[in-house]
Design a protein around this ligand. Sequence first.
Ligand code: ASP
Ligand code: MG
Length: 266
Amino acid sequence: MLVLKFGGTSVGSIENMNNVRSIINDGTQKIVVLSAMSGTTNALVEISEQLNAGDRDNALELIEELLVKYAQVIEDLLQNKQLKEEVSKYVLSVYETLIEQTKSKYNELVHNTIVAQGELLSTFIFSRFLIQEGINAVLLPALDFMRVDQQHEPDSFYIQQNLNRIIDDNQQADIYITQGFICLDVQGQISNLQRGGSDYTASIIGAAIQAEEVQIWTDIDGFHNNDPRYVENTTAIQKISFDEAAELAYFGAKICIHKPLCRLEI
Ligand code: ASP
Ligand code: MG
């Protein structure tokens, strides 16, 4: 089985979600790990910070903004009435969870509950989108198998046992969708693998199911001649030797080999 991870921008627009759909829909069974839609985790962190600072009104405003954004996503992405209703209900339940957090005494659990909502939203929405498009997709809740131990390291035995059982129970699916980033802590409370943790989720899953391959996809048009985060006007290199690519990867570059989304093989 393959494990493919797609980041926030890959599920951040209808066009990109369609790209992901065509990449994953090739008839082979796979697990797809998703991040939150781009901007969502930052918005959730901001909500949490406002609450921590005691500014509930501001937090509520940010929650409303997020709801508006997702209402638009649903509108643009889903035409099937039943699926649209199902997703709307789910978004509403996330909204209620967030509102509930604004009424609780602020602590780490409140923070972790808030920041987890991004991956819960993206995976729910994307799985229903795949179903609308006639793809046999099943959502595997990460909180049913992803857990860390006392040292906040992945509890490999627990993950392996539970994930394989859940996959066995859902053998009929072609595509399993699950959340990156989120997990349970040793007390069984919602936690996460730190910012950017979805790549880590994909690797943990890959190890647990002994996947043939773990692919980390990102949305750049190829291997660039410099790091676009630091240098302006970089361009994609047309041809590069494997050795050169491997050398650059060793020094931290991402290997990008597919258009329009690219993938980093690890
Ligand atoms: N959504 C989380 C973040 O923004 C995890 C991830 O994207 O990997 O940090
Ligand atoms: Mg990332």
